[in-house]
Design a protein around this ligand. Sequence first.
Ligand SMILES: [Zn+2]
Length: 418
Amino acid sequence: MDVIPLSQLRLGIQYCLIRVMISRVWEFRGKSDDEPVKHLDLVIIDEKKTSMYVEILADVIEILKTNLVEGRVVTIKKFIVHHARTLFKVVQHPYMIKLNRRTEITPVDPQPQNFPRHVYSLINFSDLDHYLNMTAQFLDVIGQVVAVSNVAAIKSFGKMQTKRIVKLKDLSGHIIELSLWGSRATEFQGDQIYEVGQKDAVIVLFVGTLWKSHRGETPFLSGTSACHWYINDESIPEIRNFYASLPNEVDPIEMLQLANSNNNQDEVRQKTLLELKDADPFEEKTNRFECTVTITRLTPNQKWFYPACQKCHSRTNLSGPTYTCTNKECSCTEMEYRYKLSLMGSDDTFELEFILFEQSSKFLAQMQLADDKMDIETMGDQTGSGVAGSKRPYDSTTEDSEDDDAALGTYGKRTKKQ
Ligand SMILES: [Zn+2]
């Protein structure tokens, strides 16, 4: 059977053979590392340096995983080619591959020499702001480690998560901060890097990160399950060149102390809906609550999306030829539609309206609609809008964890119902 280059794959069931390096493998578990694996993800690259994203659903992982080892060249046959996801792209290829229980993966023995291994598309630190809070694609960067922290347990949006900070400097002296979360925080060899970095430069190429800012604070790179790194790997030309461009003497790496969150801080309190209704919004503005409700209905006559500023996600209004963000401190003029689902929830004390934004909308809409045997076309019809085709809620379930809106929505928004 002939080997087909990845660039020549077409949509649909494939009977051909591909020969690829497994460049990266990671498990996607959703919002936190405690959840079961939802899918196993790969980045593969062929001899002609075309790379693709591959997804393996949970029920097939056990069958296929023996041969899915990073750094191994394999042949793969019996798979299906789909359109690439529109969000959280790891590589720029119009298609992606899904493997199934019939897929055959065979290691190439002996392993070919000089087969392409690493997949990345580097972005300069100075260009990161173009990608602020965007989820269309993951970002790859290279930098010299100037500081690294311990791993701390941090309370973030009501949930304890492990976190480590790494500070990176580019060749023009620009320093950015990168946060590694969950198992990525512990896997990063911080102590070793600190030690090596007392005498020598440590250059790291990070792939699979996002450039984020919460409420206008200093942006940082965020690395979760899709994040990988290559440290002082001289087989990567950009790392060699970076190293060669450094002065002979470099400053030793600094150790940062990241404190554990106080468990009482940012506490999420349980409330019934009646208690929530009676809470004073001025006094309780910064507090978080959790309530258990049954969703009774969608709020009638409410749109399920809104025109959002691409940068800060505030509502944006068309004024003349461009959009003006309603956040007075934001000058962004780009618009994207984001989800905003209004629904009524009740417990045995009261009924309140809840508004869910973006990721939590997607997550909940999927659950609810599946339960009710409705489909998203029904929602599309209700609004009569053209956005359903371009941003389908089911299109992008891969990385709920990447959007912190999810957690915000889960704890409910106090709303106008009297
Ligand atoms: Zn804005």
